[in-house]
Ligand binder design. Structure first.
Ligand code: ZN
Length: 269
């Protein structure tokens, strides 16, 4: 299927429709980001093309459409609801998911296979979506490579750096190890967004507990996750406090499709 690849002109059309209604630039409203949203989405297309040469991004009718459905329900709760987000499934047994600039979120089959229910998967997607809405990826790239390099990157003038970043993402399973503040922000807003989308935010808590249990029993299955997300015990407390602040856990824990989707993820090799 072709629909994963937006032609550049379609992205521009989507932008002219979307940006007009999007007055704020992200949750971190006080932060300065030199990259415009349109440039960020073009950078996302470049990075996604390179990531596909390094990782097994699959287009499975069951998995890809389900992850896109869940992702879009959550994105609809954010101020970037009108932008063209894309959710990708990576055939990889490690339990991991990550976001890159430009509204791309990747989730491994290993994570879908091991999640306990739909709300656990939704919690992970909500966390990654929040990194995207907060634009943590472009902030981190600017910090790491400097303003001039990132300005050239978003204009398509630095294909070597695009390749280097894609290789780094493939190796570490994330674009960066974000700051503790960025992770707390992603967790807190994820509670709000997934609750708004109708998912029980307690799924984030049970997913963290599952990750901690995996670290004890099968550490290699969560090595990438813990190298970029080292604070899971603290994060459980943050999420529980945010759930209380939002009026308590509510919404669905599971859906009728999840067990079929999970079986499919377990069968992909
Ligand atoms: Zn994170």
């Amino acid at each position: 299927m072709k629909h994963r690849h937006f032609a550049p002109q379609l992205v521009l059309v989507a932008f002219s429709l979307a940006v007009g209604g999007c007055a704020t630039s992200g949750i971190n409203r006080g932060d300065f980001n030199i990259v415009s949203l349109q440039e960020e989405w073009q950078l996302g297309q470049q990075l996604d093309a390179q990531i596909r040469t390094q990782m097994r991004v699959i287009n499975d009718a069951t998995l890809t459409s389900y992850v896109n459905d869940v992702g879009r329900r959550i994105v609809a709760q954010t101020e970037m609801a009108n932008l063209p987000w894309q959710f990708h499934v990576v055939a990889d047994d490690e339990i991991n998911a990550f976001n890159i600039p430009g509204g791309h979120v990747y989730v491994n089959t290993g994570l879908i296979a091991r999640a306990g229910n739909a709300s656990e998967l939704a919690g992970v997607l909500a966390h990654e979506i929040t990194h995207g809405v907060s634009r943590h990826g472009t902030e981190q790239l600017t910090r790491q490579y400097g303003l001039a390099a990132v300005a050239g990157l978003v204009l398509g003038r630095n294909p070597n750096l695009v390749q280097q970043i894609a290789a780094q993402i493939a190796a570490q399973g994330a674009i960066a190890r974000f700051s503790r503040g960025a992770e707390t922000e992603a967790d807190r807003y994820a509670v709000r967004f997934m609750t708004g989308a109708g998912y029980n935010a307690n799924g984030m808590v049970t997913m963290f507990e599952r990750l901690l249990a995996e670290r004890r029993s099968r550490p290699s299955s969560v090595a990438q996750f813990f190298s970029t997300h080292p604070l899971t015990e603290d994060r459980i407390a943050t999420v529980q406090a945010e759930i209380q602040r939002q009026g308590g856990a509510r919404g669905s824990t599971n859906d009728s499709q999840f067990s079929r989707v999970q079986a499919r993820a377990q069968s992909v090799r």
